[in-house]
Design a protein around this ligand. Structure first.
Ligand SMILES: Cc1ncc(COP(=O)(O)O)c(C=O)c1O
Length: 391
């Protein structure tokens, strides 16, 4: 019988409380979402700056559809590249302080595309942070390069790896902000070690873009990292920027190389021109509305201050806070009870996080208010308290 593992693995996932299910929302408008006729305060959205419903973005989208239609209808090297895409790439290069940019249809494909293209043989070494996103792991380990992981944010461990590598071209792969902990990579220290060992640096800033830096351009700006031609940045549009797609920013030759050799770029339909226009409008708001970043910071401080001291939280420097519960079953219990109190939070379990570190992932956005945050913290105190009593 073919594919008997499908049923077996599904059953195993269920037995281990690790089965994954989608929920069908009837409405999701920033701060609130509606599921099965009930309204919840949404603390699971990546719309960090609260821009998904912004009129300026919607208008640009609609105008883009009126001008270009609903799709690019082609890959970028055929007829899928328009003035809207070109303008977006130029604006992004300016914002990210890079020589050039290239658009991808998602962050997942951008990460896989870059690592597959650069990892062309075993002379290339990839050095990934232990907590790097699935798309970076897949891109690196499915390539022909030698891929290794270093302990999370452990610069000495990275240095050891770089000093002992036999690879002649090396790329250090980090995130700006880590998606399940909300902490940042120490980019300046990592860059120093990379430079000292003739390695390039790749920063996936999916969760830093829009949220960090005085102009919202991300973690590198927030940490005063000078962007030179050995830094590659990747950012997704589906989170703070509130559209869809992704960008890779790097030096002139690298981007030209990707246009010629990156299979994910070459053989995939370009994002729609309307989406490019909407993304351009969003970037202007990200740069301009510093109050959104300031509000996230204030609300995050309020949330942490209101939590009981006994509750473990991750060392956040962003919109993301991991409230550590521990076991999968306890985390599911807490998420379910918080839902009954009107809060929508996702239980994050292995393999997304380490076994024993299952957590509630709280994302704070500029759409939330002080009352949302205070009542959430009080409810978490109560629910986790009850859960620990039951153990
Ligand atoms: C760190 C990180 N990189 C890449 C991605 C993938 O981006 P996208 O959703 O645009 O495919 C995500 C999204 O979950 C992410 O968290």
């Amino acid at each position: 019988m073919s594919f008997t593992f499908i049923d077996e693995q599904l059953a195993q996932q269920k037995a281990n409380n690790l089965d994954r299910n989608r929920v069908v929302l009837s409405q999701s408008t920033g701060r609130l979402l509606t599921f099965d006729g009930v309204e919840y305060i949404n603390f699971s959205s990546n719309d960090y700056l609260g821009l998904a419903g912004h009129e300026a973005i919607k208008t640009s989208y609609i105008n883009g559809i009126a001008q270009y239609g609903s799709s690019s209808c082609s890959s970028p090297l055929i007829t899928g590249y328009t003035k809207a895409h070109q303008q977006l790439e130029e604006n992004l290069a300016d914002w990210l302080n890079a020589e050039r940019c290239l658009l991808f249809s998602s962050g997942f494909s951008a990460n896989c595309g870059v690592l597959n293209t650069l990892g062309q043989d075993a002379s290339v070494g990839f050095h990934l942070d232990k907590l790097a996103h699935a798309s970076l792991i897949d891109g690196a380990f499915n390539s022909k390069a030698k891929a290794k992981r270093f302990r999370h944010n452990d610069v000495s461990h990275l240095e050891k790896q770089l000093k002992s590598t036999a690879c002649t071209s090396n790329l250090v792969v980090t995130e700006g902000v880590y998606s399940m902990d909300g902490d940042c990579a120490p980019l300046s220290a990592i860059k120093q070690i990379s430079d000292a060992n003739d390695a390039w640096l790749y920063i996936d800033d999916a969760h830093g873009i829009g949220v960090l830096g005085d102009d919202g351009s991300g973690t590198a700006k927030a940490q005063d990292l000078a962007i030179d031609n050995k830094v590659i940045q990747m950012a997704t549009f589906g989170k703070a920027i509130a559209t869809n797609g992704a960008v890779v920013a790097g030096n002139e030759e690298l981007i030209e190389y990707f246009i010629n050799r990156n299979r994910e770029y070459i053989y995939s339909t370009a994002i729609s021109p309307a989406l490019a226009l909407a993304t351009n409008a969003s970037i202007e708001l990200c740069k301009r509305d510093t109050w959104r970043r300031e509000k996230i910071q204030k609300l995050t401080e309020l949330f942490i201050n209101k939590l009981d001291n006994s509750i473990a939280v991750t060392a956040t420097q962003s919109s993301i806070i991991g409230v550590i519960v521990g076991s999968e079953i306890d985390t599911l219990y807490c998420a379910q009870h918080l839902k009954e109190l009107g809060f929508w939070l996702t239980a994050i379990r292995p393999p997304t996080v380490e076994t024993g570190k299952s957590r509630l992932r709280v994302t704070i956005t500029s759409n939330h208010n002080d009352n949302d945050i205070s009542t959430l913290a009080e409810s978490i105190n109560e629910v986790i308290g009850k859960c620990l009593q039951n153990n």
